[in-house]
Design a protein around this ligand. Sequence first.
Ligand code: ZN
Length: 259
Amino acid sequence: MENLSDTVTFLGTAGARFVVTKQFLSSGDVWLNLGGTEMLFDPGPGCLVHSVKKKLDASKLKAIILSHKHLDHSGDINIMIEAMTESGWKQRGLVFVPSDALDKGAVIPPYLQNYPEKVNILFEGGAYSVEDVSFETPVRHKHPVETYGFIFRTPWHTIAWITDTKYFDKLSSYYRAELLVINVVLLEPRDGVDRLSMPEAKQIIAEVKPKVAILTHFGMSIWRAKPWELAQKLTDDTGIKVIAARDGMRFDLARLDEL
Ligand SMILES: [Zn+2]
């Protein structure tokens, strides 16, 4: 049965201003296929183009999930809602967003909010499900807009996704999972920039001890420092397999069991 695997496809790996606006790396974040349940996570600019090129079919999506409303995460959310619902002809699919994505100046315009079967609001400590996949938003992140990270549970695996945040105490305690994905924007911590850096990612990985950690959402300083070399160094330092995501990379969670 071909669908009974869990895969994560990175449509893009860019984070932060220049890497996104200059498209040094693609943006568009991630297409999840968890045991046949297809979900889109943070459809940033380019998501439509990259998903079509990879023959990923938006009309098969069961859900679109947004961690927060910043444009590098949400740029293509509306066209992806159109694609999922066949321009509203089929009221189908679920959408999950923080409440401030629907406020005044909403990311999703009111007419589009009626296209999916339901628009669900994410909140701290929330638990949700889409078919056989459940997910949680354990803690609100420290970021300029309302932002959550996620733990996904499939019948086979657990995936934690630490999205944009300033580092905070006990951060790692919320994200115990076999596969840990971290948005790492900065090479070094920077005052006033509420995003994670490499030394913080290293500490989190060492504390969570996942089977595999994947780094993504790279800012300029990391991109220049060659993320794959940084990932290798983290692997050497922590003894945990750390991978730098590449644009288009598809990670099959069956690999977790081989390591
Ligand atoms: Zn952000």
